[in-house]
Design a protein. Structure first.
Length: 286
């Protein structure tokens, strides 16, 4: 997989919109207080939290040196529904996650995805979806100055890398494949959260402590893509089964330079392909 290196300063200067996540740092507050502030800020923008995952508590059972880390999954709304209807691959980051963590000393960080980059990659331009990006930024900017976490590198378009792993299961239904996928995920040691429905698409959000530890100790801002996202969507003659491309995370600062994290991403990719293929999926290129 070819990766074209870009100088970070060039990204921040000439192309400031190219960021994977946007975040704010809060001083003098506890994790619980930061969570409450984040939820109130989302409500002020007309957004609500569907569920909260205590990722830190889960991962600390594996490694005690992991920071406090919460994932706030935003409830599906117009922007997410429009996005997955236009492009099912949008389910790799939608509905959005707001992360709250203590990885940086003395502050609590609150962040989420920057829709400008992912929206551009996925061709998401509906007013409702663009409005969702603005609401997320509006919520965070009400808490403090925004910081953008720009990619350290960008995928080379000639590499053929897609944002998602895509497979097709002929002659199956969404519910059948979703149940089979959940079973396969559990058998591979992943904790599976309840399904999230976005119209006819089913989002499946598993988490594995070992993967989370390696990813978020290398780059805590990767929480915008957590928990790991799989999805099942209807096709005229079957279903589309997909998942976020783990190597997409390698473009974040500090990841490609970390051999342990890169090894984890490669391991995760192999496992995810095996899991999807176990549902009867065959590689699919739209």
């Amino acid at each position: 997989m070819k990766i074209k290196l870009l100088v970070i300063t060039a990204l921040l200067g000439a192309l400031p919109a190219l960021a994977q996540s946007v975040e704010v740092k809060l001083s003098g507050v506890s994790l619980a207080e930061a969570q409450a502030k984040a939820e109130a800020a989302l409500r002020a923008q007309g957004l609500s939290v569907l569920r909260v995952l205590n990722l830190g508590g889960q991962v600390k059972n594996f490694r005690a040196d992991f920071p406090d880390y919460l994932l706030l999954i935003v409830a599906p709304e117009e922007g997410s529904l429009k996005a997955v209807a236009r492009n099912p691959m949008a389910a790799i980051v939608l509905p959005p996650t707001v992360y709250v963590h203590t990885a940086a000393k003395g502050v609590v960080t609150v962040g989420t995805l920057d829709g400008n980059l992912m929206g551009g990659m996925l061709g998401l331009s509906d007013p409702e979806t663009v409005g969702l990006w603005r609401k997320l930024e509006g919520a965070l900017s009400s808490l403090g100055p925004l910081e953008r976490v720009a990619p350290a590198m960008m995928p080379d378009p000639s590499s053929g890398m897609m944002p998602a792993l895509l497979y097709k299961v002929e002659g199956a239904t969404v519910d059948e494949v979703a149940l089979l996928l959940e079973s396969e995920l559990a058998s591979h040691g992943l904790n599976v959260l309840p399904q999230v429905r976005l119209g006819g698409l089913v989002g499946i959000h598993p988490c594995k402590s070992e993967w989370a530890y390696e990813m978020f100790t290398a780059q805590p801002a990767g929480g915008f893509a957590a928990p790991c996202r799989f999805f099942v969507a209807p096709l005229p003659d079957g279903v589309l089964v997909g998942a976020i491309e783990p190597m997409l995370m390698s473009i974040m600062p500090g990841v490609a330079q970390n051999s342990r994290t890169m090894g984890m991403l490669q391991e995760a990719r192999r496992a995810m392909v095996q899991i999807i293929e176990a549902t009867g999926g065959k590689p699919y290129r739209p």
